[in-house]
Design a protein around this ligand. Structure first.
Ligand code: DAH
Length: 339
């Protein structure tokens, strides 16, 4: 009998079951009423009392080992079978919410604000020619903005091909292809040969605006800019226009908004001035209209251009521009609630 117990112990170690039914059959075979261990216990009753002492302990050990083993076969199989593929009553796996990139969110908001006052969308190519980026926009031939310092040239020569340095090139394409009245908003990526830092990047986004019709005045420009500033930064926002220079507008101005962080009192973000610069603008230079075959005697217009990253930085007080390009999810996830 001792031999039998040892043999069964070894057999037990190697027991396997492919499915729950097999595990149940093994349980009956081993520890069921008519199983082999029950039979051993029956046999045990019949043996002489002096041998019982030596056999009782190993027999009980076999029984415990068998119970443990058969239970573990069963639990392993139930755990494997747990996620039943087509059990539609199971609770779903939670999906983490994604977030729109903050630059996309702000660009969409800018477009939406202007769309409310009748601006439609226009787009142009990122790889441009000198005509659309500079010449048609009244840049004198020797103007420093054509210099290698700012512009990435794809091909140089008599007809250089370059990466646009501003979205003002789209103004030209629109004016060349449609008659006034024109009211467009042109978002897009621009490229400049700048060292990457917290305040500058070689790739960024701009939104350009252009409005051309009869009797468009500087007062209309100011109102359009004020409307935008209030919609974007809040209704208490004030604007201020400072004289500036762009080859394609005359007169030209730089637009500041009252600092939305300190409310105009002065803080580190606005460098204690109370004002934050948000865009350039001006009345379209008559030379530009004429170059694009629009009669400057009949029509006037205004244009403006702003950096999307700059607006986003001011809106959310982000101090390092590079965060927008690194796509670190710890940064991006913070904007999930802004969509
Ligand atoms: N193109 C200018 C820049 O990249 C921004 C700009 C200024 C656009 C004045 C305009 C404008 O349309 O009128 O800095």
């Amino acid at each position: 009998m001792y031999e039998k117990i040892q043999h069964l112990l070894r057999e037990l170690e190697n027991l396997t079951a492919k499915n729950l039914q097999e595990a149940e059959e093994l349980r009956i075979k081993w520890i069921g009423k008519k199983g082999c261990i029950t039979a051993l216990f029956d046999e045990f009753k019949t043996i002489a009392a002096d041998r019982k002492r030596d056999l009782g302990q190993p027999l009980n050990a076999l029984k415990n080992a068998a119970q443990e083993k058969l239970l573990s076969l069963r639990t392993a199989l139930t755990q494997e079978a747990a996620p039943v593929a087509d059990d539609y009553t199971q609770p779903g796996e939670p999906h983490p919410f994604g977030a729109r990139h903050p630059i996309s969110t702000v660009r969409a908001e800018i477009i939406e604000i202007f769309a409310r006052t009748g601006y439609t969308l226009a787009e142009g190519p990122e790889i441009e020619d000198d005509w659309h980026v500079f010449s048609a926009l009244n840049f004198p031939p020797e103007h420093p903005a054509r210099d290698m310092q700012d512009t990435f040239f794809v091909r140089q020569g008599n007809n250089p091909v370059l990466l646009r340095t501003h979205t003002s090139s789209v103004q030209v394409r629109v004016m060349e292809s449609q008659p006034p009245p024109i009211r467009v908003i042109c978002p897009g990526r621009v490229f400049r040969n700048e060292a990457v830092s917290a305040r500058a990047h070689c790739i960024f986004h701009q939104v350009e605006g252009l409005y051309i019709d009869e009797n468009v005045s500087f007062a209309d420009l100011k109102q359009a800019v004020l409307y935008f500033a209030r919609e974007m930064f809040g209704h208490a926002t004030k604007i201020r226009l400072r004289p500036s220079y762009f080859p394609f507008t005359e007169p030209s101005a730089e637009v500041d908004v009252s600092c939305n962080i300190c409310g105009g009192k002065g803080c580190a973000i606005c460098k204690h001035t109370g004002w934050l610069e948000i865009m350039g603008c001006g009345m379209v230079d008559p030379n530009v209209l004429a170059t694009c075959r629009i009669d400057p005697e009949k029509y006037t217009g205004f244009a403006f251009g702003m950096g999307v990253e700059r607006i986003a930085m001011l809106k959310w007080q982000v101090r390092d521009l590079r965060l927008y390009f690194e796509n670190d999810v710890r940064f991006l996830a913070q904007f999930a609630a802004t969509v």
